[in-house]
Design a protein around this ligand. Structure first.
Ligand SMILES: Cc1cc2nc3c(=O)[nH]c(=O)nc-3n(C[C@H](O)[C@H](O)[C@H](O)COP(=O)(O)O)c2cc1C
Ligand code: SF4
Length: 367
């Protein structure tokens, strides 16, 4: 009944045992708790886990691939996940927040004059000037760091990397943030250059490594997402990224609007339905023969099976559904669908937990 979900896939050269991937998810947990959570999700039967927001530079938020401590942490994650028969992918990212500009808001946040909800739009306002003013020399250092970070990721046991097409790649891609007049700004091909150079830096160092690209799409009618690639510019970006060495696309809505647009609750006016971003997959499907991973509100086994069969996506990434029930894959494979704790897309304890610095949890958890 769910034979496509449970069928293997050649994902850019990597053998996935089935079609379910844990989408990149920042957890806000202690390292020990994080390793155990990844192990638990792997034990539930998914084929691969993508670790969200692995920094490409030595100084960034989150554990560093460049320090002994950070390497030991990622190695522990890789060992735990591999022992459960699951593969591991590193989402390589560079933040587009201007650290210097952020500092001026620290006193306001500490004295609670500025709430976290108010801080986000303030930081977003800094992105355009930061991206537009970043010196070319610094741009070259960052894009090259994607290659170095990928090498280190492989050394500690990652099987694949995903280039985070949002954050700095996404803001370079978007004419809403990128007002540069050099070869990184202006035309769509110029705005794609940052991402293309990041991918090329990985491909140069690791000719065989599968490279996934998180393709963040900006919708205009109605307008959703500010960073990322305009729907009408997808043909240029997809072609250039594929030529640079991307081997699969993970397709979703672009960021830098409301977080609830990219992690939509059930009552979202535009994206509240099952498989809410699949229309973007349909567009990318017209442009490439590379495998495509769908994400966004995928919870219903029958629906996921149907979309895979219809070739709208080659695999399904889930964040909240595997937080709600890591055993979703195994329950589907052993015909225990009625036992699944279905994610109801309330965002209460996952996104809510992250925003309140409690760590990512779920309403189904006994804590
Ligand atoms: C708590 C939380 C943290 C997330 N962290 C990341 C992240 O670090 N990187 C990323 O690209 N996406 C992140 N996402 C977005 C997910 O990968 C996914 O695209 C989104 O939640 C929609 O999928 P879903 O409906 O299966 O949850 C996060 C989502 C949640 C709920
Ligand atoms: S808290 Fe709600 S939205 Fe989040 S994973 Fe659990 S059921 Fe899904």
């Amino acid at each position: 009944m769910h034979e496509t979900i449970n069928s293997p896939l050649n994902y850019g050269g990597l053998h996935l045992k089935n079609r379910i991937i844990f989408a990149p998810t920042t957890m806000g947990l202690t390292q020990e708790a994080f390793v155990e959570r990844m192990r638990r999700i792997a034990a539930g039967g998914c084929a691969m886990i993508i670790i969200g927001d692995v920094p490409v530079l030595p100084r960034g938020f989150g554990p560093s691939l460049y320090s002994k401590k950070g390497m030991a942490f990622y190695r522990a994650v890789a060992d735990a996940v591999h022992r459960e028969g699951c593969l591991l992918c590193a989402q390589l990212h560079q933040s587009d927040s201007d650290l210097k500009a952020m500092l001026k808001y620290v006193p306001g946040v500490l004295t609670k004059r500025i709430s976290m909800e108010e801080l986000r739009p303030l930081l977003n306002q800094q992105v355009g000037p930061y991206i537009t003013g970043l010196p070319e020399k610094k741009v070259a250092q960052i894009t090259d760091a994607f290659g170095r970070a990928a090498q280190l990721a492989v050394e500690v046991g990652f099987d694949m990397v995903q280039v985070h097409g949002d954050r700095m790649c996404g803001s370079f891609s978007s004419a809403l943030f990128n007002h540069r007049t050099d070869r990184y700004g202006g035309s769509p091909a110029n705005r794609a250059r940052f991402a293309v150079e990041a991918v090329s830096a990985i491909r140069r160092r690791l000719p065989q490594l599968p490279i996934d690209y998180k393709l963040a799409v900006r919708q205009e009618e109605p307008h959703y997402g500010n960073a990322g690639v305009l729907e009408s510019e997808l043909p240029i970006f997809v072609l250039l990224l594929e030529e640079a060495g991307v081997t699969s696309f993970h397709v979703t809505l672009a960021n830098h609007g409301d977080l609830c647009d990219t992690i939509p609750p059930k009552n979202h006016p535009q994206f509240g339905t099952e498989g809410c971003f699949l229309t973007f997959c349909d567009q990318v499907r017209q442009l490439t023969n590379l495998p495509i991973c769908g994400v966004g509100g995928l919870t219903d086994p029958a629906f996921v099976e149907e979309q895979l069969k219809a070739h709208r996506m080659d695999c399904a990434a889930m964040s909240r559904q595997l937080i709600a029930d890591p055993d979703w894959p195994n329950k589907v494979f052993s015909s225990r669908v009625e036992e699944i704790h279905r994610c109801v897309r309330c965002n209460k304890e996952c996104l809510g937990g992250m925003m309140a610095h409690r760590g990512v949890h779920c309403i189904y958890e006994d804590r």
